[in-house]
Design a protein around this ligand. Structure first.
Ligand SMILES: Nc1ncnc2c1ncn2[C@@H]1O[C@H](COP(=O)(O)OP(=O)(O)OP(=O)(O)O)[C@@H](O)[C@H]1O
Length: 286
């Protein structure tokens, strides 16, 4: 194997006239957790489906475990798609048995949280328990490559932390992991990040590399609701985070001007942008 569990070389995917993934090159190596970030529609799932051989490329080549993806790789990879890929009309334990039989693997032990619902139909479980089941199924045959498409969306904070412990343990055991997430605190748990926007790879590396020199402005004011409305009406890219107001990629003087004209008193402070703010800036540039 070339030392990479996943590889894309200038991969493009078009749907009719629309280019969903545009000349993306990337790799995932054994033992690392790579975070794939991007707004809705950025092309993450399309890229993943090509990497796993579930969707043909329009241009470029992909490699899964050192060669073109094919059926023989199924037993060496674990994939949790956004829709989880479980049989909703089978119970938890039936899903596990089915998958274990398909991969000729032993039926894994259920974590405590799933033990009580082992005989419940997956379709009747809460989303968090469904996700945990999908995880157990994906990991049962000890995959060398693990691909997780928003594995923790809709999962409570404790279960999310547990799922991340599991992800890390898989990487520590030598698997290469590619994971998409919308939670920035999860992005920080990855060894390396890839950022997609409009089908293109627009950033890679550490959190610092992704944010680059994008700046933001923090606005402190007691009148946060009115401040938000004024900046929003002025087409300034304002973000309300609780009661804190942040404005990425905007000159503090522009904000000062808009607020002074409306008679709002506020403390305006330039700060470093977050990854979310960098993503918002990229989305507005398109
Ligand atoms: N089969 C298809 N036919 C036409 N367009 C498609 C198809 N699959 C995806 N697209 C389009 O390609 C773009 C990228 O979709 P994709 O699902 O890869 O994005 P994503 O980054 O995974 O988004 P999300 O975070 O919402 O899952 C979207 O505009 C989507 O509508």
């Amino acid at each position: 194997m070339s030392g990479e569990v996943l590889r894309a070389d200038s991969v493009t995917r078009r749907f009719g006239d629309f280019t969903a993934v545009d000349s993306v090159s990337m790799t995932v190596r054994p033992g690392e957790v790579v975070g794939l970030l991007g707004a809705n529609g950025a092309g993450k799932t399309t890229l993943i489906r090509m990497l796993l051989g579930l969707l043909a490329t329009s241009e470029g080549a992909v490699e899964l475990l050192g060669g073109p993806p094919d059926r023989t790789h199924r037993a060496r990879m674990g994939y949790v798609p956004q829709n989880l890929g479980l049989y909703r009309d089978l119970t938890v334990v039936e899903n596990l048995s089915f998958s274990a039989a398909a991969y000729d693997a032993a039926i894994p032990e259920l974590p405590a949280a799933l033990a009580d619902v082992r005989n419940t139909l997956v379709g009747d479980l809460a989303l968090g328990a469904q996700r945990q089941t999908a995880f157990v199924v994906a990991l049962a045959h000890h995959p060398e490559v693990l691909v997780l498409d928003e594995p923790t969306s809709g999962v409570d904070a404790l279960s999310r932390a547990e799922l991340w412990d599991t992800i890390r343990a898989q990487a520590d055991g030598g698997a290469g992991v590619l994971v998409t997430t919308h939670y920035m605190e999860e992005a920080q748990q990855c060894d390396r990040l890839l950022l997609m926007a409009g089908g293109r790879l627009v950033g890679s590396g550490s959190e610092d590399d992704i944010i680059g020199d994008t700046r933001a402005v923090a606005v402190h004011t007691s009148d946060w609701a009115r401040t938000f409305a004024i900046l929003n009406a002025a087409d300034i890219p304002v973000i309300l985070d609780g009661r804190a107001i942040r404005v990425p990629d905007t000159d503090p003087a522009t904000i000062d001007e808009a607020l002074s004209a409306a008679g709002v008193e506020a403390e305006i402070r330039p700060v470093r942008a977050t990854i979310e703010e960098r993503m918002l800036v990229l989305a507005r540039e398109r």
